[in-house]
Structures are given as C-alpha cells and as structure tokens.
Design a binder for this molecule. Structure first.
Ligand SMILES: Cc1cc2nc3c(=O)[nH]c(=O)nc-3n(C[C@H](O)[C@H](O)[C@H](O)COP(=O)(O)OP(=O)(O)OC[C@H]3O[C@@H](n4cnc5c(N)ncnc54)[C@H](O)[C@@H]3O)c2cc1C
Length: 408
C-alpha cells in the first residue's frame, strides 16, 4: 500500500505551508482592535483568493471554483489543521445545505442562498426529527399544504440544533398524505422569523441548550421554496445526510484528541507517579492510537474512492461509527485519568473544589457529547445493521424487523 500523496501533491503541500507561514497566525500589527471572528474571516477570505477554501463553490456563488481534486482538498485540510487555521465559515448551512443545493437546487435557489450561507451570513437548522420519528424518519407527520402561492406548515420538530440562531430551516414535511410514506415527503426551506414558529430550548446534561423543539403552527413559506420535486424530498434528504455523516465521521480531530490525552496522562498522578508511567495507562494509550491509525487509513481508502469518483457508500457509515467510537473511548479514558474530577457536573462552578476546572470541564463535556454524536445523523445501532446486512450479507436483524414493521 502506497500512502504517499506523490510529488505533485507534496509540491502543492509546500505551497500551502508557505501560504500558512505567511498568513496564520496573522502578525499582531494586523489584528489591532479586531475581534477574533473578524481576524478569522479576513484570513479565510485570503485563503479563498488563493484557491484554498470554498474550492467546490462556483465563483458566481462566492467560491473560488477550483477543478475538483480530492487530494488537494485533503492536503489543504491537513495543513490548515496542523496550525489550527480557520477553515469553514461554519455551521450547518455550509456543511449540509450548501452541497445539497449545489447538487439538487434550482438556479435561483443557489443564487439566493449559497453565497450568504457559505460565509455564515445565513444560519440554518435541520428540521428532520420529530417526537416518534427519529430512526424511522419516513414516518414523520409534520404536514405542509399548498394554499395559493404558499405552503402552510403544521407540526413539531425536535432535537433541532441551533434553531434559535437560525434564519432558515431545511425541513422535511408530508405533502402527499395518501402516498406511501417515503413518497409523500417534500424538502422545504422555511424562514424562521415568523409568527407561526415557536422555538423552545431543551436543556442538556452538559448544562448547555444546543437543541430545541420547534413548533410550527400555520407557519408559511413560498411555493417555490422547495428543493427537488414535490413528494421527492426523501431523495433530497439522503444527499444532505451523506454530507452530515461525512462531516461527523472524519479522522481529522484524532491527532488533537490524542495529544490532549497524552498531556493529561503526563500531568495526572497515579500511585504517586505521573500516570503515563503506569503500564495499564500506556496500554490504553497504545490501543487508542492504534484505533485512530486504522480510522485514518480507512479515511485514506475513502479518499481513494472519492478520487475515483465513487460515493463513500457503507465506508462512510463505518467511518462515522469508528470516529464516534474513538471520541467516546478517548473521553471515557480521560475521565478515568481525572479521577474524582471526572465526576464533576460540567455546568457547575467547581472552583470550590480547589481544582483548575477548565480541563476537567472540557473532558466531561466531551464525554457527554460523545454519547450524543453516536446518535446524531443516524444511530450507531442502525448503521451497524446496515453495514452488517447490506455490506457483509448477514441475515436481517429480527428484533429490528419486528420493530420496523410495528412502526409502519
Ligand atoms: C447531537 C445531536 C444532534 C442532533 N441534531 C439534530 C438536528 O439538528 N435536526 C434533527 O432533525 N435531528 C437532530 N438530531 C436527532 C437525531 O437525528 C435522532 O436522535 C436520531 O435520528 C435517532 O432518533 P431518536 O432520537 O428518535 O431515537 P430512536 O429512533 O427512538 O431510537 C432509540 C434507540 O433504538 C434504536 N433503534 C431504533 N430503531 C431501530 C432499528 N430498526 N434497529 C436497531 N435499533 C433501532 C436506536 O439505535 C436507538 O438506540 C440530533 C441528535 C443528536 C444526538
């Protein structure tokens, strides 16, 4: 197996490094009086001008329109990450909606939404899940009726991340109540700032409230704010989900997590010595590093498929499972190393315990998030079943089949 990127790409890597050396972090004189957000955005704009960011976005929608080259994209991501340089302008819009619109949207939709979404000027949220319709998403009940030139929407969404900050929601609604369940769904874009939408935050165990319930009561959106054809929203939603899973399942954060864990093991004390000198701690670290390496190599395999124009398919599902497993293993081991500190409520003020709270809080929060991220974008159980049944040809899961038919 040849893991090198080849001379052409190593030359390109040097070019990217030279750009980063010159521009990130920016010289102090260039940052006077500017907010961190403005500094990061200025840098991103420079990177767009050089052809490093927003590569797959046509110029007319605010990108730098480079010819598709997954290897170059991988080199850029790797090098930017090494020096912690900002990449995406951030949010659900650039990660999920923009690629969906580029693949399946109408021209006017691309013109209206892409440029502002990739720069974070338009914030989005994803209105898929409902109470009772998560894994069995196609059973969703939120209904949209065409009345004159508008869709009128009634129903409830749940677990809607960033709904309070969002300007718009991309939302799955039942528009053909008499069609078979997958066939009766449409993919609508809905403005959030209107009287028919009420957003209620859901408090999480981390102490934050990233999720929300969204209640739609005669909410309205124009007739043509539909992506794909009426009743074909399920197909469109698959495109979005593919990008969501790829975003969650990447191996890119592994080195940062490992470095954090090694630093924690070096500073923590076990049996009166630095924990990293303990044989069991070292065994765990090696296990985690090995797991990360296999994830990384599997990501290279996915990259090779991409270069050859193949969809990630089940490999994308596997990488998401492995990526979320790793993040869970890392955080759980960090809690062991923290000892009592690993039991702290991350939202509590723990200074009274006489500890430096930041590190413990960060790991406990990561642990709690690692439980959720295995569920987001399709649960690990369901994905294991898909990989087992469709990838490995195993017999179908009898429990899940009984469950599925009960829900239909
Ligand atoms: C961090 C996070 C962010 C999220 N953000 C959003 C968002 O922005 N927008 C949005 O719409 N949704 C969002 N979600 C919701 C997410 O998509 C759902 O939680 C997920 O699809 C699972 O649905 P559920 O919670 O209803 O669980 P259920 O579907 O009720 O599943 C419960 C358990 O049963 C298992 N199970 C169910 N059916 C089967 C089966 N057939 N075979 C085997 N096992 C099965 C599941 O694996 C799971 O363990 C988010 C969730 C999380 C955790």
């Amino acid at each position: 197996m040849d893991l090198s990127y080849g001379q052409e790409y190593e030359d390109f890597r040097n070019e990217v490094r030279a750009f980063l050396d010159a521009n990130w972090p920016p010289k102090e004189s260039a940052t006077d009086g500017k907010s961190l957000g403005d500094i990061a955005n200025e840098f991103r704009e420079k990177a767009v001008d050089h052809g490093y960011l927003l590569r797959n976005i046509p110029k007319k929608y605010g990108g730098c329109e480079q010819s598709p080259d997954s290897m170059k994209a991988a080199v850029i991501t790797e090098e930017f990450r090494k020096v912690h340089a900002p990449q995406s302008f951030g949010g659900i819009g650039p990660m999920m909606l923009v690629p969906t619109l580029l693949e399946r949207g109408e021209e006017w939709q691309k013109e209206k939404f892409v440029a502002k979404s990739v720069r974070g000027e338009y914030q989005w949220c994803q209105g898929y899940s409902e109470p009772g319709s998560g894994s069995d998403l196609a059973s969703l009940k939120t209904r949209a009726d065409l009345v004159g030139d508008e869709w009128v929407i009634n129903g409830q969404k749940i677990w809607t991340t960033t709904a309070r900050e969002a300007d718009f929601m991309f939302c799955l609604c039942r528009t053909e109540p008499d069609a078979p369940k997958h066939g009766g769904i449409s993919y609508l874009l809905i403005p959030m700032d209107q009287p028919g939408i009420e957003v209620r935050p859901l408090k999480q165990m981390t102490g934050g409230a990233d999720f929300n319930e969204v209640f739609l009561t005669d909410a309205k959106t124009p007739k043509d704010w539909i992506v794909g054809k009426r009743g074909e929203g399920w197909l469109v939603s698959r495109t979005t989900l593919k990008h969501e899973r790829n975003g969650i399942g990447g191996a890119g954060r592994n080195d940062v997590m490992l470095a954090g864990l090694v630093s924690l093991a070096t500073n923590a004390v076990r049996n009166g010595k630095p924990a990293i000198e303990d044989a069991e701690v070292r065994r765990q670290l090696v296990f985690i590093e090995g797991y990360m390496k296999s994830h990384e190599y599997s990501s290279f395999y996915q990259l090779t498929r991409d270069v050859n124009g193949k969809e990630p398919g089940r490999l994308g599902l596997m990488n998401k499972i492995v990526g979320t497993n790793i993040s869970h293993h890392v955080a759980r081991f960090a809690l062991d190393l923290l000892g009592d500190g690993g039991l702290l409520d991350p939202s509590a003020d723990d200074r009274s315990l006489g500890r430096v709270p930041g590190e413990a809080r960060q790991w406990v929060t990561q642990y709690m998030y690692s439980l959720g991220i295995a569920v987001a974008g399709g649960t690990a159980n369901i994905q294991r079943n898909v990989v087992g049944e469709r990838g490995l040809g195993l017999p179908r899961d009898t429990f899940a089949n009984a469950d599925r038919s009960a829900k239909q």
